[in-house]
Write a protein that binds this ligand. Structure first.
Ligand code: KG4
Ligand code: ZN
Length: 334
């Protein structure tokens, strides 16, 4: 059968990205223009600035992706774009670019869920083995998803408040570390020790849900109380203790779900999958259980468009198409 070539567009947060992927597995080009530097001085993503950057960047990123793939429009079978969830103003730039291309180049349009993209980043490495368990940990999401077939997602657990990456970013602010805080805490944690027993939010015994806002409050209170008493806590120990709590909960719940659902593979996705501590904790546990664990390389963990093209390829092959009335959606079920 003919190879399927999909062009993917991602603009849900602070990366403007376009990629071209063959058969949902082979990256022909993967261009990411990051705005992190523009948001740094505000300590987080400013939606208005994000939208403006996307408008300025999208045409150049698109041209570069076409050039790097050395491909003509004739060879492209469809346009996949993140329709949600994310910042509406940011998403709209990608959605409108995708609609304009689909219309003018006469290509099918495929709306993709951002989290499906993060999951399918793993298929750029190796074919899926079903049933599989996906742990999605990003700045906006913390979810455990069971997949029994391509394109079918069953969310078995999710965060009830903050996402894991959000907790990292908030605690990083408390420690006066630059945005994004995840990589900073990750580095700092390696130099410290777990000297503070922060709480673990296990929730109900059978629950696969997560909660990180209590942990964040506990870090805030611990820092505040130490200050009141005139004591100083080592930032590296706070980072190590916070990270230990997050990793403990994420690892324990992922292991329990993998066993209960008898999965053949575990995959990890989202920006927090770049965390060195989390990677080694999961690697150790699943090596013991002899369940294959896959974590994408760092460049595919954080937001990119190759993952959107990869998820879009499956949707395309399953005959799913979006109309030119496709809209951006701030929140959206997987
Ligand atoms: O998937 P992503 O690029 O964007 C979203 O869709 O949210 O994830 C970004 C999040 C940020 O919260 C960032 O702090 C976190 O991933 N992150 C990390 C690490 N690298 C990025 N968190 C912990 N450890 C890291 N090494
Ligand atoms: Zn993401």
């Amino acid at each position: 059968s003919k190879e399927v070539v999909i062009l993917g567009i991602e603009t849900s947060c602070d990366e403007t990205a376009v990629a071209i992927v063959k058969d949902g597995k082979k990256i022909l080009s993967n261009v990411v223009s990051s705005q992190i530097e523009s948001h740094k001085r505000f300590g987080g993503v400013v939606p208005e600035i994000a939208s403006r950057h996307h408008v300025e960047q999208i045409t150049y990123v698109l041209e570069e992706a076409m050039e790097q793939a050395a491909i003509s429009w004739r060879e492209i079978d469809g346009i996949a774009v993140t329709e949600g969830p994310g910042l509406v103003g940011a998403l709209l730039v990608g959605v409108n670019a995708a609609k304009a291309l689909a219309f003018s180049k006469h290509k099918p349009l495929i709306g993709v869920h951002h989290i499906a993209g993060h999951i399918y980043a793993n298929r750029l490495q190796e074919e899926f083995k079903f049933p599989l368990l996906a742990l999605i940990v990003s700045g906006g999401h913390t979810e455990l998803v069971i997949m029994k077939a391509h394109g079918e997602y069953e969310v078995i657990g999710e965060t009830r408040d903050d996402a894991a990456g959000e907790a990292y970013d908030k605690v990083a602010r408390l420690l006066h570390l630059p945005y994004p805080g995840g990589p900073e805490i990750d580095k700092l944690a390696k130099q410290g020790e777990e000297t503070i027993a922060f709480p673990r939010a296990w929730l109900e015994p059978d629950s696969y849900d997560f909660s990180f806002s209590g942990l964040k409050s506990s870090v805030t209170n611990t820092i505040h109380n130490a200050k009141q008493r005139g004591e100083s806590l080592k930032p590296e120990d706070i980072a190590a203790s916070f990270q230990a709590s997050v990793i403990d909960v994420l690892t324990t719940k992922t292991v329990r779900a993998a066993k209960e659902y008898h999965v053949k593979q575990v995959i990890v996705a989202g920006g927090v999958a770049a965390n060195k501590g989390l990677r080694s904790s999961l690697q150790q546990e699943f090596a013991n259980l002899q369940i294959p664990l896959q974590i994408p390389p760092l460049s595919l963990c954080t937001d990119n468009a190759a993952m959107i093209a990869a998820a879009g390829t499956i949707a395309f092959e399953q005959g799913r198409r979006s109309g030119l009335d496709l809209n951006a959606r701030a929140s959206m079920l997987l």
